[in-house]
Design a protein around this ligand. Structure first.
Ligand SMILES: Cc1cc2nc3c(=O)[nH]c(=O)nc-3n(C[C@H](O)[C@H](O)[C@H](O)COP(=O)(O)OP(=O)(O)OC[C@H]3O[C@@H](n4cnc5c(N)ncnc54)[C@H](O)[C@@H]3O)c2cc1C
Length: 411
């Protein structure tokens, strides 16, 4: 059912919600809460919506959510539109190619949408302006960029928040949508190490000029001498740009490189890729450019026994990151934002009813999507999957089944 024009506006609630993080989960939740008439503030650590990252996939239930947001057409118009992919070996020679499949986006020509992560966040944030789109009850979303929650104290009437910038304010509810390394989770539920399950893989992504002259194409590069390393490059934005990512597996503890120190992260990626030939020297030079939108992180899942504590609740990667290895983080975040907002609306802002209902509805869906990681097998098999050219890969079938296995409620 296409619901973008369905009148959602009800009486405006007085409930105020602070959302930490303006990624996919945070912006999508803000969209829905604003549409339902909640007072929404989003605090984002970065100075603006964060650029960078690769393309992400929207499939299954999440496509219906996007349709209900009235964004399906725009999202489809911005799809990466890749025509196929090749695998090149260490000497740069093409080993094989297909026009039926890409490693990043799956089957070509299907209903799923592959879109740049940053473009999706921009689209959602643009849609949530309180300018009276059909059914919009909210006053618009207040964004506080370049800021973060420093402390939060819950009490029976609300949550008192002190921001890093010094401001102090009270909110009825706080949502932690601040990603894999969630600050909200740390403040309320304790240290990250209690919930983070790394798989020994690290991913770095950045943008580079399309000096390869590729036309809507993806290249996966493997080096037979180092099966624990791979590189991918794909064209984006009308072939004007490449998005590159390098992945490597290691058993060495890498935690000390994780804190936000891009210079050390870049040096590590360059070191790990030093053996590589093909176009790597040039791509690695591009990684060093200031506008390369460099992003580096561990591939990990977040597993928690509960997602809320009184007036604070976690959403998306913060509470149940599936990891990029499943390809499902964005779809799960979109569906979860819709459900959390819907349950809050159904309970008229009463978190005691809404938060358990949100968790009940989503637990199995999250578990099915997290389980995809197990299906992808060991490290080598995962890397093989990433550069797999077989469109009938049964592991991808599991992705689709998990993605579709959710009965989206109407709110
Ligand atoms: C830069 C970037 C690149 C990514 N690239 C890929 C990719 O290539 N492939 C893939 O599958 N997934 C990628 N992801 C993860 C993917 O976006 C998520 O798995 C998925 O979309 C769920 O989104 P989320 O909103 O829960 O988390 P995220 O998209 O990670 O968003 C979290 C947001 O919270 C903000 N934040 C973090 N800490 C704080 C804080 N203390 N206070 C306030 N705000 C904070 C972050 O800046 C970010 O905007 C990337 C994430 C980021 C941030």
């Amino acid at each position: 059912m296409s619901n973008s024009t369905r009148p959602h506006a009800g009486p405006r609630t007085t409930t105020s919600v602070l959302v930490s993080g303006a990624g996919i989960a945070g912006t999508a939740l803000a969209y829905w809460l604003n549409r339902y008439g909640f007072h929404v503030t989003v605090v984002e650590r970065a100075p603006s919506l964060r650029g960078g990252g690769q393309a992400v996939d929207i499939r299954g239930t999440a496509l219906t959510v996007v349709e209900r947001m009235g964004l399906l057409e725009e999202v489809r118009a911005r799809r990466t539109g890749l025509l196929g992919m090749s695998v090149v070996g260490a000497d740069g020679r093409e080993v094989c190619r297909t026009t039926e499949w890409t490693a990043s986006g799956g089957p070509i020509g299907g209903p799923d949408v592959e879109i740049l992560r940053d473009e999706l966040a921009e689209l959602i944030a643009g849609a949530e302006k309180g300018d009276g789109g059909p059914g919009t009850a909210g006053p618009g979303v207040e964004y506080r960029f370049d800021d973060a929650i420093e402390t939060l104290v819950q009490h029976p009437a609300g949550v008192d928040v002190r921001f890093r910038g010094g401001t102090e304010r009270s909110f009825d509810l706080v949502v932690g949508a601040d990603g894999l390394h969630s600050n909200t989770r740390r403040l309320v539920f304790g240290p990250e190490a209690d919930y983070l399950h790394p798989i020994g893989t690290y991913l770095a992504g950045w943008s580079a000029p399309n000096h390869l002259g590729l036309d809507r194409w993806e290249i996966a590069h493997r080096d037979a001498d180092d099966p624990n390393w791979f590189c991918m490059a794909m064209t984006v934005r009308d072939n004007s740009e490449l998005r590159v990512f390098v992945g490597f597996h290691t058993d060495e503890p890498m935690d000390d490189v994780l804190p936000r120190d891009p210079a050390r992260q870049r040096a590590l990626v360059a070191e790990r890729s030093a053996h590589a030939r093909w176009e790597l020297p040039r791509l690695l030079r591009a990684m060093g450019e200031p506008d390369a939108a460099f992003h580096y992180d561990v591939v990990a899942q977040i597993r928690m026994e509960r997602w809320s504590e009184d007036r604070v609740v976690l959403l998306g990667d913060a509470g149940y990151c599936c990891s990029p290895a499943t390809g499902q983080g964005t779809s799960v975040a979109l569906t979860a934002a819709y459900v959390l907002a819907g349950e809050l609306r159904a309970a008229d802002g009463d978190h005691r009813a809404a938060f358990p209902a949100y968790e009940r509805r989503l637990r199995d869906h999250v578990a099915a999507n997290q389980a995809i990681l197990e299906l992808t097998g060991d490290r080598r098999a995962r890397a093989d999957m990433i550069t797999n050219l077989g469109q009938a890969d049964p592991r991808m079938e599991a992705v689709f089944q998990a993605a579709l296995a959710f009965d989206l409620p109407d709110y």
